[in-house]
Design a protein around this ligand. Structure first.
Ligand SMILES: N[C@@H](CCC[C@H](N)C(=O)O)C(=O)O
Length: 280
């Protein structure tokens, strides 16, 4: 009989950007790069775009200064085991997990991330709004994909993005391999979005995520996409409904901050096999 008393997990997604959630309030789990990759493996693991460790900020040695020790901290890892500063869809799923576990009350809550504290509101309809903080444009750059060059805006949403507004069919892009990017402007890599405006306040988007590959949604990416779509129409602020392969989110870009509203769903809870976990 195999052991079933390994660490607890949950599985959830936000617009089909999916995550393994590992509750670890006191920071006891040894979450190595190898274990993250194994968990996210879609053939031999649970399968996910990333891992969200649910831990108190005080138990995370590299949590940014200024986050109170008892704040719930989203310790985020990409599927390749790399650490990222922020994950917009992840924060929504993280908040849903906290509520489901009874670790947070409905209403407004604060989630610590490597990009700072993100205030979150969980709505009665299952949607979640995240105050994503200001999105700052730090240049223009280019990428090439499917043998074509595209221009885009470099946008910092806590993590780096290159959001390219294009007037071409998104379905025709081959995102099975990483689009090129300027390593001087993006020394730590970049998430690349291709954005097609559809009317004044709507845009379609596909994304190639740093540390993952093409995903069906990227919350921080939709914020970068909204900023780029608005700028292409001569606006610094406004609202955009962004449609991604996995669903639809609403982004508000204000002068002082941005917000992201979209669904978050938990689909399973269980325990990892203890032997499997120990052998990773
Ligand atoms: N899917 C996320 C972004 C996750 C991090 C990203 N891959 C990076 O390395 O910056 C989102 O919903 O924002």
């Amino acid at each position: 009989m195999r052991s079933t008393d390994g660490p607890e997990f949950a599985k959830g997604h936000g617009t089909e950007n999916d995550f393994v959630v590992l509750p670890d309030p006191d920071g006891r789990l040894k979450l190595t790069e190898h274990r993250v990759r194994a968990l996210c493996d879609r053939q031999r693991g649970l399968g996910a775009d990333g891992v969200l460790r649910v831990v108190r900020a005080g138990a995370v040695p590299d949590a940014p200064a200024g986050i109170p020790a008892d704040t719930w901290f989203m310790d985020y890892f990409n599927a390749d085991g790399s650490v990222a500063e922020m994950c917009g869809n992840g924060v929504r799923v993280f908040a849903r997990y906290l509520l489901d576990a009874g670790w947070a009350e409905p209403g407004e809550l604060q989630v610590g991330t490597r990009a700072g504290i993100r205030p979150v509101i969980a709505h009665r309809d299952g949607g979640v709004t995240v105050d994503m903080g200001p999105a700052s444009v730090f240049g223009r750059s280019s990428t090439s994909c499917s043998g074509r060059a595209f221009e885009g805006l470099a946008v910092d949403v806590g993590n780096p993005h290159l959001a390219c507004v294009i007037n071409a069919d998104l379905a025709g892009l081959d995102l099975t391999s990483a689009p090129s990017y300027d390593t001087a402007l993006f020394p730590d890599g970049v998430n690349v979005e291709f954005v097609r405006p559809v009317g004044a306040d709507r845009a379609d988007m596909r994304v190639f995520e740093r540390g993952v590959g093409e995903t069906r949604s990227c919350g921080t990416g939709t914020v970068a996409a909204a900023v780029a779509a608005l700028r292409s129409a001569g606006q610094d602020t406004g609202e955009q409904v962004v449609r991604v392969p996995g669903g639809t989110v609403r982004v508000q870009v204000r002068a002082d901050t941005t917000t992201l509203t979209g669904p978050a769903e938990l689909v399973a809870r269980g325990r990892l096999d203890a032997d499997w976990w120990e052998q990773r």
